[in-house]
Design a protein around this ligand. Sequence first.
Ligand SMILES: Nc1ncnc2c1ncn2[C@@H]1O[C@H](COP(=O)(O)OP(=O)(O)OP(=O)(O)O)[C@@H](O)[C@H]1O
Ligand SMILES: [Mg+2]
Length: 389
Amino acid sequence: MPRMKIGSTEIPDANIFEIIFENFPDMIHSVDHADRIIYANKKHEQVLGYPRAELRGMEVRQLYAEEVRDKVEAGFRTLKADGEKTVESLLCARDGTLIPVEVRSFGIYDDAGTFMNTFSIFRDLREIKALQASLIHAGRLAAIGEMASGIVHDINNPITTIFCSDDLALQDLDRFSNDPVALREAMSRRLTDSLRAAEVIRALSERLRNFARGVAEKRVPVDLGDLLAEALFLVGHKFKELGVTIDNRVEPGRCFTLGAPNQVEQVFVNLIANACDAVAGRADRIVRLEADAAQHEGVPCWRIRVNDTGPGVPPGMSEEIFQSFFTTKERGKGTGLGLAMARGIARDHRGEITVESLPGLGATFSVLLPRLEETPGRAAVQTGANPGA
Ligand SMILES: Nc1ncnc2c1ncn2[C@@H]1O[C@H](COP(=O)(O)OP(=O)(O)OP(=O)(O)O)[C@@H](O)[C@H]1O
Ligand SMILES: [Mg+2]
């Protein structure tokens, strides 16, 4: 590494440098072989608040925050040997203000290569750090906004379930007005459905609250077969209304993963709802659910496949469809958040969602989730309907 030299022949006019140093917009100081300050510029005096007369002869470590002083000393040793160093550090002004800085330091050597002193330029990072913090905050707010839109999207299905159950309950009141046993049985069924859906809404709002607070949801052993059955309950109103046949080949008690049950269930709800929309109005309206073992990035996974007999994903769109707010559905029918939410959840669980599709031949969405090898006891397994039970 080239070393700076100081000597009458290499510095044509020392005054020029003095003027530059004095008026330089960053703090500059020079430290001798005994780590004592021998020079500081005007900016240094202004920012740290030490008069130059007081600075001269002061141990350089005193200018740094307590917690970085050991690092500074080690840094000086390597600087003397290496000749050059750029680090981020923390200065402490005379009044105790902590000032984050970027320090670029150079060792200065005589003609014989003997170390004479160091020369450091300090860039005050306070404004940059404040900007960074406000950017992080803005990013977080944007993420919360997107999450909130997603939750509103996901609340749609359980709300429809509640409306349908309540509507049916009202009809049952008339239908079974002369048969108290049948009425009781019908009411119990409708109210149970309504409560299940209300529980999903509660879990969704809790998810948003946890996200805003930065609290991670608890991961527990979950049975993917159970979660699929629960998801089918939540989109039941949709596939019945559209006349879709569901061919569910995933039996409970076989595929387990470690996850947040409500979130994983939501992935299936979104994919099944999309598949139902895709087959709506077609001659064949079949949605098939299957599971098999697979690998994702070297990790053994369960692959849950949601296959439909719809028109397929338009060519070249298989990545775009996962972007937030991408939708091909008419206004009022789709927000374009279902797949973005689903993929976000899958990735959060160290999994993935992929799609295979041929135009006119339907689409298959695959959810990959790390396999839980040991089959957990029944009591340990949770579904979205009994969080924390
Ligand atoms: N099974 C499918 N077959 C064909 N295209 C699909 C299928 N699933 C999703 N897509 C395409 O991906 C787009 C995005 O899906 P996504 O679920 O993110 O939003 P959406 O269904 O349009 O609206 P919503 O926010 O209400 O879910 C859909 O508009 C559609 O074009
Ligand atoms: Mg959707």
